[in-house]
Design a protein around this ligand. Structure first.
Ligand code: HEC
Length: 142
C-alpha cells in the first residue's frame, strides 16, 4: 500500500516536470538580445530596422511587411503563429509569397528569440501577448 502511494507521487511529479519542459520548448527559451541580432540580419531589410515595416526592400511590397510596432497580426497572432509564419512563409496561410520561410536557417531557440523580440517592438501597450495556455508558474494541484 505504502509503495503504491510513492509510485503515484513519482508519476505526478514527472508529469509536472514534463509540462514545464513543454512550456520551455516555446517562447520561454527565447532571448530578446539574440532575437534582435537575428532579426537585424534576416528580417530588417523588409520589416525595417525598427520593426515598423519600412525596410528598404519592404517599402514597395504589396501587401506591405507587417509593422511590428502596431502588434496587429493577420494570421492569428499567437506566439506559435508568428513562429510558423517565420518558418513556413506567409503563403502557407494564404498570404504573400514575399514573406518567405526566412526563419528556416535559424535554430529553434533563435526563432523563439526573434518572436520574443518582435513582441517587444510593440509600442504603447503590453509588449507580450503570450499564448493563453503557456503558464510557466503552473503549480501542482491537490
Ligand atoms: C523580403 C521581405 C521580407 C523579409 C526578409 C521578411 N519578411 Fe516578414 N513579411 C513580409 C511581407 C510582405 C509580409 C506580409 C505578408 C502578408 O500580409 O501576406 C510579412 C509578414 C510577416 C509576418 C506575418 C504576421 C501576421 O500574422 O500578420 C511575420 C510574423 C513575419 N513577416 C516575420 C518575419 C521574420 C521573423 C522575418 C525574418 C526572419 C521576416 N518576416 C522577414 C516580408 C518580409
Amino acid at each position: 500500500m505504502r509503495k503504491a502511494r510513492i509510485w503515484v507521487g513519482a508519476a505526478t511529479l514527472s508529469a509536472f516536470s514534463l509540462s514545464a519542459l513543454v512550456v520551455n520548448a516555446g517562447i520561454e527559451q527565447g532571448d530578446v538580445a539574440v532575437g534582435k541580432a537575428k532579426y537585424t540580419e534576416n528580417c530588417a531589410i523588409c520589416h525595417g530596422p525598427k520593426g515598423d515595416g519600412q525596410g528598404d526592400a519592404g517599402k514597395a511590397l504589396q501587401p506591405p511587411p507587417r509593422d511590428f510596432t502596431k502588434g496587429d497580426f493577420k494570421f492569428g497572432g499567437t506566439d506559435k503563429d508568428l513562429y510558423d509564419i517565420m518558418v513556413n512563409g506567409a503563403a502557407s496561410r494564404g498570404g504573400s509569397p514575399n514573406m518567405g520561410p526566412f526563419g528556416l536557417p535559424l535554430s529553434e531557440k533563435e526563432r523563439w528569440s526573434v518572436v520574443k523580440y518582435i513582441r517587444s517592438l510593440k509600442t504603447g501597450g503590453a509588449a507580450a501577448k503570450p499564448d493563453a495556455k503557456a503558464k510557466p508558474e503552473a503549480k501542482p494541484k491537490k
